[in-house]
Ligand binder design. Structure first.
Ligand code: NBP
Length: 479
């Protein structure tokens, strides 16, 4: 049997497209294996040009690979991934490389990397974004794992990744679970981006009475400016689509209950445990949750709301919404990068945030012009503690704040839910506040639990004797 230099296990949508992408690059010969043979057979028959080496068993698959054997797993994340890793570990040898390209939870990747490393085999958890089309034409790839594995894997992944300005959208993110962690945050940001765009649509529709097709034109116009992005582009396509069966805008016949596969929830859970406020992302996840409870929504249908809402100057309102969207988007990205920084601190990864922004410029769902200034901000200051405080973004959010407030006020007055817009603005105001009511919370905590507090005017930790004479004592004296 002729040898392949790379293999793919799992030939559903993502795996088969990734295998075809690999096969289309010069110098690659691709081995393919799937648990059930029919998918393998279908792929090989449908794409003779790919010259795949098709394997019927995992043993045959391993035998078809040149060493170091390199295999990318593209199966359903979870038990399927563990099953395939176990099978590969039985037929691979020390020095070989197993790559999990599925959407694994990063803590699973940390666990798997540790276990596989003990066999001498390299394990790489690689986040792959871009869906079906990205897998085929060039995704954004976020690999973790060892530097040794990256040496072999780097050139292969570089050859199949999306390319922007001559640079492939892939970089070695960090060790063990770093790649899947960054992919998870990418998806969390994606949730926020989508929710913000959806809120913008809702405000414009209900505020100006424009039709979905007219709003599609607004988004197409926005796509020529600072909001240029894949998500704005496809939203315009969705809004322009007419349902063939009813003649209505498709968006009006789609059930308004948003689904999810879990990476948004993981992002929020992880950020909560890291103490990082990703409020924009969280609101986006919660908004999908609210939408998906029709039984509660039907009970609340009779709750009163304000009178009908119409804006006086539609063009001015649309421009306000555009600015509010841009400012809120900056918040979502700033929070997402903050979560990556916190994760890197917690798990000892050396993640180059500028590189992360660079590889998100193409191939992935959140690809956008907007990633360029983020890359530049981190190149100018690698240890930037708050992305939205970088001069470019500080100017943008400050410039948008009047419009941002008008939009949040209008949404509130009109009774239109805009949770991501509202919470992003609150985050901005929270950051810029001279004093936060956190001081009150510290007082409450000290009152009921003697949790102590610090003072603004002298060092040390203090406690007030709330149930005694209410004098203040140094905290050391409390126990
Ligand atoms: P699915 O997530 O639908 O998984 C189907 C594949 O998993 C089939 O090849 C199936 O084999 C295999 N599989 C299962 Br299920 N259990 C298995 C087991 N115990 N042992 C061996 N193989 C098993 O495929 P997908 O949508 O192509 O996604 C693949 C991965 O890529 C997932 O982790 C997904 O989260 C990730 N991802 C997907 C997208 C996207 O846009 N779809 C984007 C980015 C990442 P069978 O044919 O024998 O049943």
């Amino acid at each position: 049997m002729s040898h392949a230099n790379i293999g793919v296990v799992g030939l559903a949508v993502m795996g088969s497209n990734l295998a075809r992408n690999l096969a289309s690059r010069e110098g690659n010969r691709v081995a393919v294996y799937n648990r059930s043979w029919d998918k393998t057979e279908h792929l090989v028959d449908a794409h003779p040009e790919a010259n795949f080496v098709a394997a019927k068993s995992i043993q045959e698959f391993a035998a078809s690979l040149s060493t170091p054997r390199t295999a990318i797993i593209m199966v359903k994340a979870g038990a399927g991934t563990d099953a395939v890793i176990d099978q590969l570990c039985e037929v691979f040898e020390p020095g070989d490389i197993i790559v999990d390209g599925g959407n694994a939870l990063f803590t699973d990747t940390i666990r798997r990397e540790k276990a596989v490393r003990e066999t001498g085999i390299n394990f790489v958890g690689a986040g792959i974004s871009g869906g079906e089309e990205g897998a085929l034409l060039g995704p954004s790839i976020m690999p973790g794992g060892s530097a040794e594995a990256w040496e072999t894997l780097g050139p292969i992944l570089r050859s199949i990744a999306a390319v922007v300005d001559g640079e492939p959208c892939v970089t070695h993110i960090g060790t063990d679970g770093a790649g899947h962690f960054v992919k998870m945050i990418h998806n969390g940001i994606e949730y926020a981006d989508m929710q913000l765009i959806a809120e913008a649509y809702d405000l414009i529709r209900r505020g100006t009475g424009k039709s979905p097709a007219e709003i599609a034109d607004v988004f197409t116009e926005w796509n020529k400016g600072e909001l240029e992005s894949y998500l704005i582009e496809i939203t315009a396509e969705v809004l322009r689509q007419v349902d063939a069966a009813t003649g209505k805008p498709l968006v009006d016949v789609i059930v308004d209950e948003a689904g999810s596969k879990g990476t948004g929830v993981w992002t929020v859970q992880t950020a909560l445990s890291l103490g990082t406020p990703v409020s924009g992302i969280a609101e986006a996840v919660f908004a999908r949750g609210l939408s998906s409870h029709p039984e509660q929504r039907s009970l609340a249908k009779s709750f009163p709301g304000p009178y009908a809402f119409t804006v006086k100057d539609a063009d001015a309102f649309i421009e306000d919404v555009r600015q509010a969207l841009y400012a809120s988007k900056i918040v979502a990205y700033s929070q997402g990068f903050d979560a990556i920084r916190a994760g890197a601190d917690e798990y000892n990864w050396h993640i180059n945030l500028g590189e992360v922004a660079r590889i998100w410029r193409g191939g992935c769902i959140i690809r956008a012009q907007f990633l360029n200034p983020i890359t530049e901000a981190y190149r100018a200051n690698e240890s930037l503690a708050l992305l939205m405080a970088a001069p470019y973004f500080a100017k943008a959010v400050s410039g948008a704040q009047a419009a941002w407030r008008r939009v949040v006020i209008a949404a509130t007055e009109a009774g239109i839910p805009a949770p991501a817009f509202g919470s992003s603005l609150s985050y901005y105001d929270g950051l810029r506040a001279d004093r936060l009511p956190a001081a009150v919370i510290q007082g409450q905590r000290d009152f009921f639990g003697a949790h102590t507090y610090k003072r603004i005017d002298k060092p040390g930790t203090f406690h007030t004797l709330w149930s005694g004479d209410r004098t203040e004592i140094a905290a050391e004296d409390t126990h």
